[in-house]
Design a binder for this molecule. Structure first.
Ligand SMILES: NC(=O)c1ccc[n+]([C@@H]2O[C@H](COP(=O)([O-])OP(=O)(O)OC[C@H]3O[C@@H](n4cnc5c(N)ncnc54)[C@H](O)[C@@H]3O)[C@@H](O)[C@H]2O)c1
Length: 438
């Protein structure tokens, strides 16, 4: 029977020669990008997803991820990339990446998608293969949840039968400067041989890898990064509310503080923290801390409280601005600019702008919205009329709320024609607009 080290050497040789069959479970934002990159560097790649619509789109060369153009999918298909919803196509894999979603259900981590993916892999696991989890999750998941399911195959990591790793994803949708390839990738393995094969694989995909000592450490890295952002956004949000009452311009103070070349990092206030990572990932960490050691993660609780309260604060500022004009929110025509959760993306789910729209509509406002990136046929929750951002719409609105500072918005027209603006992103500062920044 071959020893684990020679098995690892065999897999590394297959990786180096691009003979290793790579299967990616989950073809969402993360999985599709990784699959495209693996195909581009020459691996035979299977993209497995349980959502039929997604697989059909990919087979037809259509991408639903804005960072992946259709041409990239077409090129991957031509190179042999196989999108599929048939688990039989996973057979004989050498490297499997799990990139399925990890949502919260009633504030509790829902790892059922990882479990289902792991079961599919266990059914076709062969000696010498590597399985890497990429989904964001709490420390301990790879060793305590993924490994035991894979071992239902009868193979054992302790005997060196197969290799297991964890590598968090750092994809930032819409970011063209820091991409999958030039962003350093943290990698880990359950043991030395696992780490060696994980390093060989990701070394083939990205410019720089950062090996860490255990899968738990790598899992914590991702949650630390996102909790750090969540807490710092909450800090400037809370400060923005106090600074206004103190009569101090928070934006100028932040700009000046950001000139310090060490020990400070710039975070900007805004209408709340949205997207799939910031509101969710810190909760994974807080849940684990509470379950495992019985402690409350107070920083996360406080950051949640502050960031979740921001849409209400924006509505309070809208109310005050209209009040100064002797107007009520009820019956006011309010134009929201930007519905996505951040600039540069079309993703409007879990977006603070949606919460603002909902509250204003409940108060009786006539809410209209424009977003240059969110498709007009997106099924939005609150009753919002989608309109173009024309001079006529700007002039007809009692108040314009700039929720997201997409580069595509007509800022000159907003400054010249809006009667009153609440700028939640500080984008219009210094431009002489009528209204206020947050
Ligand atoms: N989107 C991001 O910017 C981002 C960045 C870093 C990390 N992450 C993390 O990466 C993970 C994936 O995120 P995403 O945004 O790509 O999610 P997503 O929802 O866009 O994609 C997940 C895909 O997995 C598929 N899927 C579910 N169960 C499956 C199974 N058993 N087998 C095969 N496919 C299955 C779903 O149909 C879906 O297409 C999450 O843990 C997320 O927190 C996301």
């Amino acid at each position: 029977m071959p020893d684990p080290t020679s098995r690892a050497a065999e897999l590394i040789a297959k990786i180096d020669e691009r003979r290793a069959k790579v299967v990616v479970l989950g073809q969402g934002y993360v999985g599709l990008l990784v699959a495209m990159r693996a195909a581009e560097v020459g691996f035979p790649v299977v993209g497995y997803d349980v959502a039929p619509g997604r697989v059909e789109a990919l087979l037809a060369g259509r991408s639903y991820v804005e960072d992946v153009p259709d041409a990239r999918v077409a090129a991957a298909l031509a190179a042999g990339y196989l999108p599929t919803q048939d688990a039989a196509d996973l057979r004989d894999f050498d490297v499997a990446l799990i990139t399925v979603q990890t949502p919260l259900r009633e504030n509790t981590p829902d790892l059922s998608f990882i479990e289902a993916a792991a079961r599919d892999l266990a059914a076709c696991l062969t000696p010498g293969a590597l399985v890497v989890l990429e989904s964001t999750t709490y420390p301990g998941t790879t060793d305590e949840l993924l490994r035991p399911i894979l071992e239902e195959s009868g193979l054992r990591t302790a005997d060196g039968d197969f290799f297991v790793g964890y590598s968090p994803e750092r994809i930032d949708p819409g970011n063209t400067e820091w991409t999958f390839v030039n962003t350093a990738k943290v990698v880990s393995g359950l043991d030395a041989d696992s780490l060696a094969v994980v390093e060989a694989f990701y070394g083939a995909l990205v410019d720089k890898i950062v090996p860490v000592g255990s899968t738990g450490e790598a899992e914590l890295v991702k949650l630390l990064e996102n909790t750090f952002r969540h807490v710092n956004i909450a800090l400037v949000n809370e400060l923005a509310m106090f600074a206004r009452d103190l009569g101090v311009d928070i934006w100028s103070a932040i700009d000046a503080a950001a000139t310090k070349p060490y020990g400070f990092m710039r975070f900007a206030p805004g209408p709340g923290a949205g997207g799939h990572c910031l509101p969710v990932d810190p909760a994974y960490l807080a849940w684990r801390v509470e379950r495992r050691i019985g402690q409350r993660f107070r920083f996360v609780e406080l950051a949640n409280e502050v960031n979740r309260g921001m849409p209400d604060y924006v509505v309070a500022r809208v109310t005050a601005l209209l009040n100064d004009e002797r107007r009520a929110v009820n019956g006011a025509r309010i134009l929201l600019l930007g519905l996505a959760y951040k600039a540069g993306t079309s993703d409007w789910r879990v977006s603070p702008a949606m919460a603002i729209a909902e509250r204003l509509a409940q108060l009786g406002a006539d809410v209209r919205a424009h977003d240059p990136l969110v498709p007009d046929d997106a099924v939005l929750g609150p009753p919002i009329a989608r309109v173009p951002c024309t001079v006529a719409e700007l002039e007809a609105a009692d108040l314009v709320v700039l929720c997201v500072d997409h580069a595509e918005l007509p800022y000159d027209d907003i400054v010249d024609h809006a009667r009153l603006v609440l700028d939640t992103r500080g984008r219009l500062r210094g431009l002489g607009f009528r209204g206020e920044s947050l």
